[in-house]
Design a protein around this ligand. Structure first.
Ligand code: LER
Ligand code: MN
Length: 277
């Protein structure tokens, strides 16, 4: 498995669960110094993506891009794939499509987390899930055209009322032929700590629904600090991922506590500790 760490470029998300907040240059340098393989970037939009300098920064620091987050579309513009308003849904698709094209230039997938939205009084659950399936299908086709998967992230109940567990999300993807279209699950261990009865077991279980369904992991402890600073059983989680053949990223989407440098170093330590020698 490979390591990645988050760089947030959105001033409005300064208090969010991202490790580096001081720009792309400082973020890449700090990621490399801590020993990461890749960065996960949270940009304001495709237009504001640091495209001109990123390639040379990645090369200079021997880093890849693990994934690109789309949450700013919700945070800054309140755009979601399940908005009852057709025009706003179209803008959400446009926002994410532009990020898919940008991320593909760095061989990276995008993440659909907050932009999945939720059902409301105006949009029933049935209709919201239908809109989510349609939106994911459109976006997965666009990503597939550029050789990329599309990551769908189940969030905890305080962030969405759509699909909170990995099992519910996996079944939804399978029932709507979305796995076949290139959608994969993002297992965020912080959300899972809230929603799953048993985190390693639920990882094992989704792999029985579809052997290659996990596309990305947010490697966070139970309290959303760096792994090892909460009460998750990182060893058991790592082992079940390994047993299921998972070989993609463990990405630290965590709070920069007690400092960004410490969270980065602790994440690397936690991965090394889990790795069988
Ligand atoms: C995004 O990856 C995520 O986990 C959300 O909780 C961000 O709000
Ligand atoms: Mn996450």
């Amino acid at each position: 498995m490979k390591s990645a760490i988050t760089i947030c470029l959105v001033p409005e998300a300064q208090r969010g669960p991202f490790v580096f907040h001081d720009g792309i240059e400082a973020g890449c340098q700090a990621a490399a110094e801590a020993g990461f393989d890749a960065v996960e970037i949270f940009p304001s939009s495709a237009k504001e993506f640091p495209a001109s300098k990123l390639s040379s920064l990645l090369q200079k620091n021997s880093l890849n891009v693990a994934a690109v987050g789309t949450g700013a579309g919700w945070l800054k513009q309140r755009l979601s794939l399940t908005d009852g308003d057709h025009e706003k849904r179209a803008r959400a698709i446009e926002f994410i499509s532009a990020l898919i094209d940008t991320a593909a230039e760095y061989n990276a997938p995008v993440i659909i987390g907050s932009m999945q939205g939720q059902s409301t009084e105006a949009t029933t659950r049935e209709s919201a899930l239908q809109l989510l399936a349609e939106g994911l299908a459109t976006l997965a086709d666009r990503a597939k055209g550029q050789g990329q998967m599309l990551l769908y992230e189940p969030l905890n109940r305080y962030e969405t009322n759509l699909l909170n567990t990995q099992e519910a999300a996996a079944q939804f993807l399978v029932e709507n032929d979305l796995v076949q279209r290139g959608v994969r699950l993002l297992c965020d261990l912080f959300h899972m700590n809230i929603e799953e009865s048993n985190v390693p077991e639920s990882i094992r279980h989704v792999s029985t629904i579809h052997s290659d369904i996990i596309g990305h992991v947010h490697w966070a402890d139970s309290n959303r600090k760096a792994m090892g600073y909460g009460h998750s059983n990182s060893q058991a989680i790592y082992q079940v991922l390994l047993d299921g053949g998972y070989a993609k990223y463990l990405a630290a989407e965590v709070f920069p506590l007690p400092s960004a440098t410490d969270a980065a170093q602790q994440t690397i330590r936690s991965i090394k500790t889990c790795k069988p020698s």
